[in-house]
Ligand binder design. Structure first.
Ligand code: THU
Length: 136
């Protein structure tokens, strides 16, 4: 279980990453920060593109940044936005979190200080995963 100051650092990392979001099309800036069991934090932001489907969500940018650092296990992810109410990750990001952070807790914060939290299992109750490939 992450302590309060670690979670506060995770919130701060997600909010700081949001400031770097490249979102000239949606103007919906998102930051994300992943926490490893060892307390390492890796952040990402959304990166949009003139070819709209080429854009990437903050959570998947953070996941890629973590993988390239050799990190493979995550206990928490914080998503930060400027929305009025906390927003959960999109469906594609839920699926990507399921791959390497299946038991993680998803915390969503707004710049205004609102917060919500869900277990990933509640957001993606019937995941397609490696066991699906083996038809177990
Ligand atoms: N977005 C994220 O970065 N994460 C999510 O979980 C939801 C959506 C981004 C994608 C796009 O750049 C913008 O928010 C609007 O959908």
């Amino acid at each position: 279980m992450a302590d309060a100051s670690t979670l506060e650092s995770l919130r701060a990392a997600a909010l700081a990453a949001m400031e770097h979001a490249y979102a000239p099309y949606s103007h919906f800036r998102v930051g994300a920060a992943l926490l490893t069991p060892d307390g390492e934090i890796v952040a990402g932001c959304n990166v949009e593109n003139a070819a709209y489907p080429s854009g990437m969500c903050a959570e998947r940018v953070a996941m890629g940044a973590a993988i390239v650092r050799g990190l493979r296990h995550f206990t928490h992810v914080v998503v930060a936005t400027e929305a009025g109410t906390p927003t959960p990750p999109c469906g594609m990001c839920r699926q990507v979190l399921q791959e390497l952070a299946p038991g993680c807790r998803v915390i969503s914060v707004t710049r205004g200080g609102a917060e919500a939290e869900w277990p990933l299992a509640d957001l993606l109750p019937y995941p397609f995963d490696t066991s699906s490939l083996r038809d177990e």
